[in-house]
Design a protein around this ligand. Structure first.
Ligand code: ADP
Length: 270
């Protein structure tokens, strides 16, 4: 009956309009399916830490007169609730990106500021594993967009680089401008990703090794957030990787085409 309704509605329209309407319906169905998938995944992912916390709480009640056990189980409860909180934060972030689509306030953003802030925040975790983060490349690239979202994207790539690398390794961030695109490379010497997995790591909740990802506090949402931020800025994100050697994630955003006098003004100041 849906088809009949469609025919009746489009009868007075031309063939081109009919095709547009049909496409709209396919697109609407696709979006609806993605949304439904997301809700199912979210419920599943939330149930795991919530269930773990409940179980740990019961265990603590049973072990109330054993202070060592109480300490151990409450520490695990704390870890699980931190994971839960990170997960909720990322789900909200991703839903906002999915719903809003377009950026709210777009302004010229110096890429170096984004990289500096993201690296600053990642340094503490990196220091714990004695991983050095270095910054290289051209310094004066500018893109149009949202500073905070771009920091989140670079930060997610850096957090992964640190999480999936061994101690005493190096992580490099490079900024280059090529063919009108600003490329931000995050290079690590970590465990790497096989060719088959490379296709999938940008999917929501996808993890190569769920157990390891859980240990590192991973949610499986980091790279899909990066993908959305890139797309919202008219760019993309790619990966090169060799298992056992390391990975390079490249975020590419169109360079801001600032008027020539702006560029010379900013470079003569420095
Ligand atoms: P997570 O929160 O699990 O890190 P992400 O979406 O950020 O989720 O990444 C998805 C998966 O991709 C990770 O679970 C991990 O298996 C793999 N991955 C991401 N970045 C790297 C990297 N730099 N090196 C190796 N594997 C990575």
């Amino acid at each position: 009956s849906g088809t009949v309704l469609l025919q009746v509605r489009v009868a007075p329209l031309g063939l081109d309009k009919l095709l547009v309407l049909a496409e709209d319906r396919t697109e609407a169905r696709r979006v609806e399916a993605i949304r439904r998938d997301f809700v199912v995944n979210v419920s599943h992912e939330l149930k795991t830490p919530v269930g773990a916390i409940a179980l740990l709480a019961e265990t603590v009640q049973d072990a109330a007169d054993d202070p060592v056990a109480v300490r151990r189980f409450t520490e695990r409860m704390l870890a699980e609730s931190q994971r839960l909180s990170a997960l909720v934060h990322e789900i909200i972030e991703l839903s906002r990106l999915q719903v809003a689509g377009a950026l709210q306030a777009v302004r010229p953003v110096p890429v170096r500021d984004v990289v500096d802030e993201a690296v600053d925040r990642a340094r503490t975790t990196a220091a714990g594993k004695n991983i050095t983060i270095t910054i290289g490349g051209s310094v004066d690239s500018v893109v149009f967009g949202d500073h905070n979202l771009l920091v989140t994207a670079v930060r997610n790539l850096l957090d992964n680089a640190v999480s999936y690398s061994g101690p005493n390794t190096r992580v490099g961030v490079g900024v280059h401008e090529r063919g009108g695109l600003v490329e931000i490379d995050v290079v690590d010497q970590g465990i790497g990703i096989s060719t088959e997995e490379q296709q999938r790591v940008f999917e929501r909740f996808y993890r190569v090794d769920p157990a390891r990802s859980r240990d590192t506090g991973g949610t499986g949402l980091g790279l899909s957030i990066v993908k959305h931020v890139a797309a919202d800025h008219g760019g993309d994100v790619r990966v090169w990787s060799e298992p056992g050697k390391g990975s390079t994630f490249t975020l590419r955003i169109p360079a801001a085409d600032l008027p020539v006098h702006d560029r010379s003004a900013s470079s003569s100041e420095s």
